[in-house]
Ligand binder design. Sequence first.
Ligand code: PGA
Length: 253
Amino acid sequence: MTTHKKLIAGNWKMNGSLAANEALVTALRQGLAANAPACDIALCAPAPYFAQLQSLLVGSPMALGAQDISAQAQGAFTGEQSAAMLKDFGVRYAIVGHSERRQYHGETDDAVAAKTAAALANGITPIVCVGETLAQREAGQTEEVVKRQLAAVIHVNGHCISEIVVAYEPVWAIGTGKTATPEQAQAVHAVLRAQLHHAASEHAAGIKILYGGSMNAANAAELLAQADIDGGLIGGASLKAPDFLQIISAAAR
Ligand code: PGA
């Protein structure tokens, strides 16, 4: 059982607008003012809105996060954003290796490890995503897949592995409404915890392992009650203030 504060991170994906972001953050700030959160909170937003969100989040308990980060420091890398650029806007977290980036942008385990290193070197907390596809789960490969994905990150970042956040996101549960059962999720989280323990011994208990994949207001409490589930990475439900606020309250217990 881990004892640290949970982390609830919203992954807005490619959603939002100036008007929608302002309405969402205003509603979240109102909800949190009425009911101070007992967990850490991050909003991982599209990069064009960082400046807007940096100012909307001033004085709030919510931290700004990115959805990706370049492994490179600067130069001829069209379309990428460096860690230093994220830092300019007060970004504190960066999702790394989300399955949508692995799938649509060909991000390999090695690329994910390099991005993790870039985040850590710049004081940004990487939220490193791992997870199996449905075919891999049905073939009994879940453990092997998530361990391989995490091992690549540990291999490159072993010296500061206690600074990362891990997110277990079964690909078949993302955006599908099919959540892993609390028992299924806990089983994989325990595997990841053991792997982290091997890499970081006494620090492993302090590394947050989030669950993601159709976490919502109705199922969050049960998932967050599991021994090795230290928070959530929430897509769809993070775009609706009442739902996200309910997940935040579930993380307080
Ligand atoms: P979902 O997305 O909550 O919409 O399933 C989670 C994620 O992809 O991070």
